[in-house]
Structures are given as structure tokens and as C-alpha cells.
Design a protein around this ligand. Structure first.
Ligand code: SF4
Ligand code: SF4
Length: 448
């Protein structure tokens, strides 16, 4: 794609980077077919190619973001399906991240929108505030439908995402070291993040059990917190950088150093792997950021690389594997989670249209509830077609989003791995077990 940036504009490293990305696009339009918003809305401006044009116009003219740009960039899920499809290697993620920052700096949103965004940015990255908000969400559950009827659709979406009761806290919520059982085979840091300890603490508990059981020391360091991804995707670059600096300091201070920094929420994993790029122009943090990005791994990526798990006989339990966008498109991890589950004897079924987002996408299901609900309905319909006993996913956001749309239990992949290798039954499966649906089929080593 031809661009017309001036030399003065290109002196800004952000603009120079975006110009490189824009020039890589050859307008072929292959990406439109796999873009969830284009598939749903059929408007070129809601496709990757259309958004790339809008962003190009905005950046070239040094203009404040127009309402048109804001509408169509806001509707983008940052699911990165377009990056998987693009034959020209267009790095859409970095381009849209830049566009969101420009929008945040140059466009004044309506007061109600600003208040909601400020509130989300104030609550979500902090465990204590989020726990309090979830408590209020639980109290508000009976009023969710009423909120939707009176036009408070975003508030209704927020309430709907709250669980019916707050789960007990994770053993990994506070800083500590969990010692490996048996001969030590490795040492990792576990990134706990902001949403997972509050909404899915059983995921972190399962991760600690699996790792320790297979000879890995697990360090939960002092000072780590939200990865910054949620605010980063809202265009709040400074807040995202502050979160990255804090985490980099926490992980760099671990003594002795760890072999990897493991992440159970793939949205956070994608952000960690991008710290090196995010802070590339910050001389004080760039080298450490690149080091941290190189150490960051999804938990299934690590388990597969280290070949830690046993091989178990088929157990008859059918798993629909939901590939979170941040895992399949953001990190290009597609094979490992399914291979691990198959190795443990689960029958893994692919979800039709697996490349399409479930509508979770960070704060998207709150900020764009209508599109998010349509995507959820499509995802749930595709999952139900393959009649699984259980759904597995590698991202807490997808788990909450899909759970609100189906009666089929949904768990994190690591919870199934934990259960199959001698750990606990995932809390979301306990009801299904009582009903007998998942009772059949024990976990038996192949050699037994
Ligand atoms: S990130 Fe997803 S929603 Fe956004 S343009 Fe790409 S495919 Fe479409
Ligand atoms: S597939 Fe890639 S090169 Fe083709 S229009 Fe989309 S972003 Fe541009």
C-alpha cells in the first residue's frame, strides 16, 4: 500500500513503525473472510482491510480521530484472526494498538463512555477492587434483565459476566514458592494476573499442582500484577507501560532466576510476549522487557516443550477445545493444548469455525455487548453441534464469556490436565459428575 507520510511524521518512531505495517498490506482482502466483525456486519469498514485504510487516513493527515474511525476501530476485537490469514505478514496488532492510542489522545468520547472506560480501567487491573465489583455484580444479578430493558446494556453485560458466587481464593494469590515434588526438573514463575485470581482461582491452583507434581518449583513473586493488556487495548499506553515496568521489576528480581514465566490467561501471555516491542523505545526498560518477553510462555506451551506429562489410555470423555484468539492467533499456539489433552486420554473435538472469536476480547463484551452476544451465540452453537461432555479453553475471559451462554461445563485446559494426572476435579465439573455425565472412564496409564 502506498503511503504519503512526510519526513517529519516519520521522525516519530510509532508512525515509522505503522508506516512499515501499512506498506506491507497489498489490499488482497483475504483477511476479510476470517474477520468476525466483517462476517457479522458485512461492512468493509468493519473488516481488517477497511480499518487499515481508516487508520492510514487518520495517521497521514495527523487528524484527530473522526467518529467514523472511532466506531470501526472500537468494533475491532483485536482477535488477530486477520494476522493468521494475511499472506503478506501485516502486523495488524501493532497498527491497531497505535490507532487506539491516537484515538484516546485526540478524540473526546461522550461523558457516559468516558466514565465507563475510566471505571473499567480503575477496577479490572486490581484484584481487590475487582473482587468488590464482583460482589456487587452478584447482588445485582436479579436486576440484569431490568438493566438491559431500560437501555443499560453495558451494565447488564457486566452483571451477567459476574459468577453466581465468589470462588474461594487461590493458593497462588500471595507471593510464595511452591516446592517441586520429587526430583527437581525446573523452576518457573507463575504470572497470576488480575482477573484470574478473582474469577478463576481454581485455574491457578491446578497450574501449581500440575507443575509441582511434575518436578517444577513454582515462584509467585512479590510485586507482579496485571499485565497491562486490558488498558493497552483501551489505548491507555501510559497505564499499560506502568504495569509492564512493575512486572518486569518483579520478575527480574527473582533469585535464582527462573527458566520461564508461565501464563494461564492467553490474553496476558500475548501481552507479555509483546513487552519487548511495547518498550522498544524506552532505553531504561527495553533490554529487560525483551528478556521477559523471551521468558514468557503459555502453560501448555511449557508442558509440551518439557514433555512432562504421562501417556494415558482413552477415557471416553469428549472435550470441545475452544482455541482462544490470543492463543491461536496472538501466540500461534494451536497444536499443544489439544496434543496434551489427547495424550491424557481425552477425545478432543475441533469446534467448527474455530478461528472466530467468542466475543470476550478483554473488555469488548462490556463495551460492545451486542456484537459480543452475537459472537457468543455463534460460538456456543458451533460447540453444541459437536456434543462434548466438557469445553476446554486457555483463557479465563473466554471461559466466562462462553459459560454465560451454555449449560455445557467449561474449564481451563490446565484443570483437565490436573484432574487426569492425579489432581482435583475442576469445580465446574463437580455438578456434571454428580449427575453421572462424566463418571465413566478412569485415568489409566497406557503401560498399566
Ligand atoms: S483483529 Fe479481529 S476483529 Fe479486528 S480486524 Fe482483525 S480479524 Fe477483524
Ligand atoms: S490479507 Fe493482509 S495484505 Fe491482504 S488486505 Fe488483509 S491485511 Fe492487507
Amino acid at each position: 500500500m502506498q503511503t504519503t507520510f512526510t519526513l517529519a511524521q516519520l521522525a516519530d518512531p510509532q508512525v515509522a513503525e505503522s508506516e512499515k505495517i501499512l506498506r506491507a498490506c497489498v489490499h488482497c482482502g483475504f483477511c476479510t473472510a476470517t474477520c468476525p466483525t466483517y462476517v457479522l456486519l458485512g461492512d468493509e469498514r468493519d473488516s481488517p482491510r477497511g480499518r487499515i485504510y481508516l487508520i492510514k487516513e487518520m495517521l497521514e493527515h495527523d487528524a484527530p480521530a473522526s467518529p467514523e474511525v472511532v466506531t470501526h476501530v472500537d468494533r475491532c476485537l483485536s482477535c488477530l484472526s486477520c494476522m493468521t490469514t494475511c499472506p503478506s505478514g501485516v502486523h495488524y496488532m501493532h497498527l491497531v494498538d497505535h490507532a487506539r492510542t491516537v484515538i484516546e489522545e485526540t478524540h473526546q468520547r461522550p461523558l457516559s463512555e468516558r466514565l465507563l472506560r475510566d471505571l473499567l480501567a480503575w477496577i479490572l487491573p486490581h484484584n481487590t477492587r475487582l473482587r468488590l465489583a464482583m460482589g456487587l455484580g452478584i447482588l445485582g444479578k436479579p436486576f440484569a434483565a431490568l438493566a438491559a430493558v431500560v437501555g443499560l446494556r453495558r451494565i447488564a453485560a457486566l452483571i451477567e459476566l459476574a459468577p453466581w458466587r465468589l470462588p474461594r481464593r487461590s493458593v497462588a494469590e500471595s507471593p510464595r514458592v511452591f516446592a517441586a515434588e520429587g526430583p527437581r526438573r525446573g523452576r518457573v514463575a507463575l504470572m497470576t494476573g488480575c482477573v484470574t485470581p478473582v474469577v478463576g482461582p481454581s485455574i491457578l491452583d491446578a497450574a501449581v499442582r500440575v507443575l509441582c507434581r511434575h518436578g517444577i518449583d513454582v515462584v509467585v513473586p512479590e510485586g507482579q500484577g496485571c499485565c497491562g493488556g486490558l488498558v493497552h487495548h483501551m489505548g491507555r499506553a501510559e497505564e499499560a507501560h506502568a504495569a509492564a515496568w512493575r512486572n518486569i521489576a518483579a520478575w527480574s528480581a527473582i533469585v535464582p532466576p527462573v527458566d520461564a514465566i508461565l501464563v494461564t490467561a492467553s490474553g496476558c501471555g500475548t501481552t507479555l510476549k509483546d513487552y519487548g516491542f511495547m518498550l522498544r523505545n524506552d532505553p531504561a526498560h527495553a533490554p529487560a522487557a525483551a528478556r521477559i518477553s523471551a521468558l514468557a510462555m503459555d502453560i501448555c506451551e511449557y508442558l509440551a516443550r518439557e514433555d512432562l506429562l504421562p501417556e494415558l489410555a482413552p477415557n471416553g470423555k469428549v472435550v470441545a477445545y475452544h482455541a482462544a484468539c490470543s492463543l491461536q492467533h496472538g501466540q500461534r499456539i494451536t497444536r499443544e493444548p489439544k496434543a496434551l489433552l489427547s495424550r491424557l486420554g481425552f477425545t478432543v473435538r475441533e469446534v467448527p469455525e474455530g478461528h472466530l472469536c467468542c466475543g470476550s476480547a478483554g473488555t469488548y463484551n462490556i463495551l460492545q455487548p451486542d456484537i459480543a452476544k452475537r459472537l457468543r451465540a455463534r460460538k456456543v452453537g458451533n460447540i453444541e453441534k459437536i456434543e462434548p461432555d466438557v469445553i476446554a479453553a486457555g483463557n479465563v475471559g473466554c471461559i466466562r464469556q462462553i459459560a454465560t451462554g451454555t449449560a455445557i461445563p467449561i474449564v481451563h485446559t490446565i484443570e483437565l490436565i490436573d484432574w487426569a494426572t492425579g489432581g482435583r476435579v475442576p469445580p465446574a465439573l463437580q455438578g456434571a459428575l454428580l449427575q453421572g455425565a462424566l463418571l465413566q472412564g478412569a485415568f489409566i496409564p497406557v503401560s498399566a
